[in-house]
Design a protein around this ligand. Structure first.
Ligand SMILES: NC(=O)c1ccc[n+]([C@@H]2O[C@H](COP(=O)([O-])OP(=O)(O)OC[C@H]3O[C@@H](n4cnc5c(N)ncnc54)[C@H](OP(=O)(O)O)[C@@H]3O)[C@@H](O)[C@H]2O)c1
Length: 334
């Protein structure tokens, strides 16, 4: 691991199988198209860069195929940033039709969330079932390089494969050839860890790098992590809601205020969760996302603050008490 950045994060963490290093904090673009203007999206990506983030995660399917293009505009200004993308989830004809209208569609859903339920009931799917055949993979890789406007993609992941997926022969050879030509640095699997391990058992050559969901609340339920270079993603999505819901109850709330933090707002919790994600022994590059510049700067600043880092053990103990059946005894005071 290299020297720390001024924020206290490891400046870079090597991912040897991809011949690259990534910053400890990485920004995910799955929700980027929730911002309705390209200007707002570029502002958010620039803010991530200003926070010291140099690795960006995307996928062919994000934003109905629009996220890579948007990230490409950013990469033109910041060619030192590294990027990972994913293949295997194709946008359907309906999804392609909706792509230019998604800003408007998302705005309508934001205003009236009930529309989402109606669309789910009546609508055709916007993404197709996973498909990892070699010709589609090659086409997807080429489309990603074009959309991102880069010669070389750092890592390409199979997007959410599981044990039931058909993995054809020839995929590793395609990736090896792409690496030889300088189109990619390396490859791996991204998704739910248990599923990735199923795929890895059958196809170890496809899994030199793993990227899997992990957060402070559910981490203890993950299968044993093999000694493979990895990134994690999703430090907030489950934990923020779980913690906020525990804090609705009197006894966990009292224990939180006494042992973890005087504040109970989501921004404080997010800062603690990001600090947890980069604090040993779980330390690995972590991919997170937000649509808010304020959330981004607050969470990264809090996570880099030694005072927040010092509370991570207490957060872990407090979560341990909640997951062990609601006990809220005194936790890890220092
Ligand atoms: N299968 C896969 O390979 C896979 C699957 C999922 C995700 N990923 C990658 O991982 C990235 C992150 O995943 P994710 O977006 O699902 O999970 P996440 O980063 O854990 O959660 C994002 C959510 O947290 C909220 N949030 C962030 N900072 C906050 C703050 N300071 N205060 C309050 N709320 C805050 C965001 O809301 P606001 O926008 O309101 O801040 C957003 O709804 C994705 O973008 C993608 O790149 C990969």
């Amino acid at each position: 691991m290299s020297d720390s950045s001024p924020g206290g994060f490891a400046a870079t963490i090597p991912l040897a199988p991809a011949g690259m290093s990534v910053t400890e904090l990485c920004f995910g673009t799955s929700k980027l198209l929730r911002l309705h203007s390209s200007r707002a999206r570029q502002r958010l990506l620039d803010a991530a860069y200003d926070c010291g983030i140099r690795h960006f995660d995307t996928a062919r399917s994000y934003g109905l195929g629009e996220a890579e293009h948007e990230l490409g505009l950013f990469l033109r200004r910041h060619p030192d940033a590294t990027v990972a993308t994913k293949l295997g989830i194709r946008i359907t004809a309906s999804g392609r039709w909706l792509r230019p209208l998604q800003g408007l569609a998302r705005r309508c859903v934001d205003i009236a969330p009930g529309i989402r339920r109606v669309l789910r009931r009546t609508g055709t799917p916007l993404v197709a079932p996973r498909d990892f055949d070699v010709v589609s993979a090659r086409t997807s890789l080429e489309a990603s390089r074009n959309a991102l406007g880069v010669d070389r993609i750092g890592i390409v992941f199979l997007h959410e494969p599981d044990g039931a997926c058909v993995i054809p022969p020839g995929l590793v050879e395609l990736f090896a050839l792409a690496r030889e030509k300088g189109w990619i640095g390396g490859w791996g699997l991204s998704g739910n860890l248990a599923d990735l391990l199923d795929v890895r058992r059958a196809h170890p050559d496809l899994a030199p790098v793993l990227q899997y969901a992990s957060d402070a609340v559910t981490r203890s339920r993950l299968p044993q992590v093999p000694a493979v270079p990895h990134l994690t993603f999703g430090p907030f999505s489950h934990s923020l809601d779980a913690i906020a819901s525990w804090l609705q109850q009197r006894s966990p709330l009292d224990a939180w205020r006494r042992d973890v933090d005087a504040a109970t707002d989501r921004s404080t919790i997010a800062g603690l969760l990001l600090a947890d994600a980069v604090t040993p022994p779980h330390r690995a590059p972590v991919v997170f996302s937000t649509t808010s510049v304020a959330h981004l700067t607050a969470a990264t600043a809090a996570a880099g603050d030694p005072a927040t880092r010092a509370r991570v053990d207490r957060l872990r103990d407090w979560i341990g008490c909640q997951t062990a059946g609601g006990r809220t005894g005194e936790v890890g005071r220092t």
